[in-house]
Design a protein around this ligand. Structure first.
Ligand code: 6PG
Length: 250
């Protein structure tokens, strides 16, 4: 049974504020229960405001960063210092501003020429960290996701091969429309998380958000519909422009 909630905020700043409060709460709960908090960060532009807020005076000291382990939900196959790198964006907006030990930052090795090898290496990173036997899935405490205007999430793009990968934790995924190679967590990994949060902002997402939430189930066309945590919570934190614009009569 998927437990799904939608929080509608006034604008991106409120989306980031709510997400930061949730991050702190989930971190406290996980660290109290297990001594660590395992999070997969989203890429793209929307979460930059959240990462900046988490690194700010308002939030930085509310998280026990030495107990936090950061992973990525997906990565562009570029060097880690490339402006398109999701790691680079998180480094600039968060990692360089908070006291998280370097060994707690588990970057996807997406710069590797051999993308399948890179995916396998990251799978090994997950298996080691979560102490998994072959065939077992990691259970992240939190996975942050965005949504593209085409309904993609992480690097699970419409019509791409990674949508159907269920026997691996990480997939290399060629995205024809971008003429680009990506690495991405697979759907089973995301759906095994305790909490999955979509951060969605802007009127440009209104149509696709309505299709994903209320349209026909068509995951090859709308991959975000694949995200249905089996034993976890699914939370959409969206701004008014992204949610209500699509509900207004034409
Ligand atoms: C990426 C992201 C991707 C992103 C969406 C939304 O690597 O680009 O992981 O899934 O979340 O494309 O991106 P924006 O937040 O920039 O709209």
């Amino acid at each position: 049974m998927v437990r799904r909630g939608i929080l509608i905020c006034r604008h991106l700043e409120d989306v980031s504020q709510r997400a930061a409060e949730l991050f702190v709460q989930l971190a406290d709960e996980a660290i109290s229960a297990k001594g660590r908090f395992a999070v997969a960060l989203s890429g793209g532009s929307t979460p930059r405001a959240l990462y900046t807020l988490l690194a700010s005076d308002s939030f930085r000291d509310r998280v026990t960063w030495p107990k936090v382990h950061l992973f990525w939900g997906d990565e562009r196959c570029v060097p880690p210092d490339h402006p398109d790198s999701n790691y680079h964006m998180a480094r600039e907006s968060l990692l360089d501003q908070v006291p998280i030990p370097q060994e707690n930052v588990h970057r996807m090795p997406a710069e590797q020429e051999d993308h399948e090898r890179a995916a396998a290496d990251y799978e090994e990173t997950l298996q080691t960290f979560f102490g998994l036997k072959p065939g077992q899935l990691p259970r992240f405490d939190l996975i942050l996701l965005g949504m593209g205007e085409d309904g993609h999430t992480a690097s699970l793009f419409p019509g791409t091969l990674a949508l159907k990968v269920t026997d691996r934790l990480v997939a290399a995924n060629y995205v024809e429309k971008l003429k680009a190679q990506r690495l991405t967590l697979t759907v089973p990994v995301i759906n095994n998380a305790a909490t999955v949060v979509f951060l969605i902002s802007g009127a440009s997402k209104a149509r696709v958000l309505k299709d994903v939430l209320e349209g026909q189930y068509d995951p090859m066309r709308l991959p975000s519909q694949l995200i249905r945590p089996s034993e976890g919570r699914l939370i959409f934190i969206v701004d008014h422009a992204a949610r209500c614009a699509s509900l207004l009569p034409p």
